[in-house]
Design a protein around this ligand. Sequence first.
Ligand SMILES: NC(=O)c1ccc[n+]([C@@H]2O[C@H](COP(=O)([O-])OP(=O)(O)OC[C@H]3O[C@@H](n4cnc5c(N)ncnc54)[C@H](OP(=O)(O)O)[C@@H]3O)[C@@H](O)[C@H]2O)c1
Length: 291
Amino acid sequence: MKPTIGFIGLGLMGKPMAHNVLRAGYRLIVWNRTPSRADDLVRAGALRAASPQETAAQSDLLVTVVSDPPALEQVLWGPSGAMNGLRAGSVLIDSSTVSPELAQRVAQACLTRGVDFLDAPVTGGTWGAAKGELVFMVGGPPETLDRARGLLETMGQKIFLLGPHGAGQTVKLGMNLLLALEVDAFAEALALVTAAGVEAERLVEVMQSSMGRAPLLDVKAPLMLKGEFPASFPLRLMHKDLRLALDLAREHGVELPAGQAAYATYSKVKDSASDDPDYSAVLRFWKMKHD
Ligand SMILES: NC(=O)c1ccc[n+]([C@@H]2O[C@H](COP(=O)([O-])OP(=O)(O)OC[C@H]3O[C@@H](n4cnc5c(N)ncnc54)[C@H](OP(=O)(O)O)[C@@H]3O)[C@@H](O)[C@H]2O)c1
């Protein structure tokens, strides 16, 4: 018989994730702070609980997907919180994005109750949640993941076990740092190009044919992980181009704070280089832990 699943947090991500669990034939108990957000799940066959505690008490596996650390603390330890309801032998899976420190604290609290825990934040966006194609970044013991895998596979396509509790959140934060900087960089490039009188669409067209080959992952990342920077596009030339972009921005009265920060980083690496490395040598600015 399939285990009973509890679901707390039915926002943009949680609701489609919960629908997929229901579609996979599990008995599903749901709770959301704003009760109306659970209505369509209840119409589709889910049971509504009166509190996080009641949800947890009826669950073999409980999933939480709430906004941020205070929200997770609230649903776990607030009035009628889930932690008081969790049964020994059950599994708590937190798919919110929170700090690794909070994930470790939740793991500790679960341990004292005989509950297994995974931090399992996700990437893939609302469309990935709707299609059941999320990627889970998991921290915790492999045996706990074995117990949760069937459930996670109803919501996601790929599951990475990344280390002990907190490791899932650590990688998630790295992923979102990347995403935030990438989108910010794109926004700055759009601001620069349009201020200089070229349509935004022209930049996107050129990006599509030049960046569609994922140069970071396919070409740069393998060498960067080895600490090798054979010049393909020399850092001194990227440094020059950043300078030119910042000059153009100044001419047009556009601020490029991320570009300025990148220029400062590239400058430091260039000034301290005794060789003529690729621009991926910007990694030398940071001491990677395994160096
Ligand atoms: N959206 C994305 O594309 C995406 C992608 C990957 C990961 N994530 C992460 O997934 C998590 C959920 O994101 P989302 O997009 O689903 O956010 P959302 O639509 O804003 O939903 C947030 C959920 O948290 C609940 N909540 C917030 N504060 C609460 C509190 N104090 N007590 C109880 N419940 C509370 C909300 O309840 P109410 O309905 O009552 O407001 C809602 O169910 C976040 O940690 C986010 O960073 C999001």
